[in-house]
Design a protein around this ligand. Structure first.
Ligand SMILES: NC(=O)c1ccc[n+]([C@@H]2O[C@H](COP(=O)([O-])OP(=O)(O)OC[C@H]3O[C@@H](n4cnc5c(N)ncnc54)[C@H](OP(=O)(O)O)[C@@H]3O)[C@@H](O)[C@H]2O)c1
Length: 288
């Protein structure tokens, strides 16, 4: 892809559309410490050295572990690095994911992120609405967005985003605060947000798919593998290249705990997909 199509305005700057999601740096089940902390640190440093300037995290990864590793690896942070975090959940002692959306929960979460990342202000805070775990559900989010807007006015949060939300919730939130991004589940085979991607692109708002590779069990498709083989690429590279081609407002945050996978994923930005291949991929993904 051309250099100009590989960046997008987000939260007051231009970010590289190929970012990095840090969730895989915690232990199994995103709970506890990683098996190999030194590699986790090396992955983060190599990502930034390779031009990644958008890292996605949360204090509920670990919990705390991912933010602490980001701080150890990258603090003092480069000026152009955008760290996006999310609030709205906490972890049970058994690793369960519990909704924590009351004003005092959100305030505590913002302070936890500030402390563990070692920052005075958070670049972007996404309100993670719990909905049906990985799918949004309708319902007002006004109270939560008002709380984040208060934290923004206090200077603790620069920009507010949303995660796991519907179009109606985006509209409601925009009546309360400026919303800079939406982070929902979306990838080649999970296309429920097709209309929302286009709606946000028309507004110039970033759309950041979570599970861009399919999540904990990455996408497995014989059709995708055949196309990747023909292009002399890997299936994961083609899945990422498809997202980059899908819409200019899509910013990628593929997650990996492996240096080899990081290098492979970053190279996806160099892959050009023809109109014919894009049509084939649409069929693989069950659309078009
Ligand atoms: N807002 C939300 O609710 C939410 C939910 C989930 C995730 N997120 C964010 O989105 C980011 C991305 O999601 P994700 O990390 O869960 O899922 P993902 O990026 O779709 O996939 C990660 C999985 O793919 C594997 N993988 C990565 N690169 C690979 C490659 N080149 N070849 C084969 N396997 C590969 C990883 O294993 P290895 O470690 O072995 O590479 C891991 O198991 C997260 O890191 C997190 O920051 C947000």
């Amino acid at each position: 892809m051309t250099r100009s199509s590989l960046s997008y305005p987000f939260a007051g700057r231009h970010v590289n559309r190929m970012g990095y999601g840090a969730m895989q740096l915690a232990g199994p089940g995103v709970f506890g410490p990683p098996k190999d902390r030194a590699t986790a640190i090396a992955v983060l440093r190599e990502a930034v050295a390779s031009g990644v300037n958008h890292i996605d995290t949360s204090d509920f990864y670990g919990p705390h572990v991912t933010n602490q590793i980001i701080r150890e690896a990258l603090h003092p942070y480069p000026d152009d690095l955008l760290i996006v975090t999310k609030v709205g959940a906490i972890r049970g002692d058994d690793g369960s994911w519990l909704s924590a959306q009351a004003p005092e929960d959100l305030r505590r979460a913002v302070h936890d992120n500030l402390r563990h990342l070692g920052r005075d202000v958070l670049d972007v805070v996404n309100l993670r609405v719990m909905g049906q775990i990985h799918e949004p559900g309708e319902g007002s989010i006004a109270r939560q967005v008002e709380t984040l807007a208060e934290l923004q006015q206090k200077g603790l949060v620069r920009h507010v985003g949303l995660s796991n939300v519907t179009s109606a919730q985006v509209a409601e939130a925009q009546g309360i605060a400026t919303i800079v991004c939406v982070q929902n589940q979306y990838n080649l085979v999970q296309r429920a947000d097709d209309a929302l991607v286009d709606e946000l692109a028309a507004k110039g708002m970033a759309y950041v798919p979570f599970f861009p590779l399919g999540g904990f069990t990455p996408i497995q498709s014989s059709g995708l593998s055949a196309i990747a083989h023909r292009l002399d690429a890997t299936p994961m590279q083609v899945a990422l290249a498809w997202l980059l081609h899908r819409s200019p407002n899509i910013l990628l945050i593929p997650g990996t705990s492996s240096l080899g996978h990081l290098r492979e994923n970053l190279k996806a930005a160099e892959i050009e997909l023809s109109a014919e291949v894009l049509a084939e991929l649409d069929k693989v993904g069950g659309a078009g």
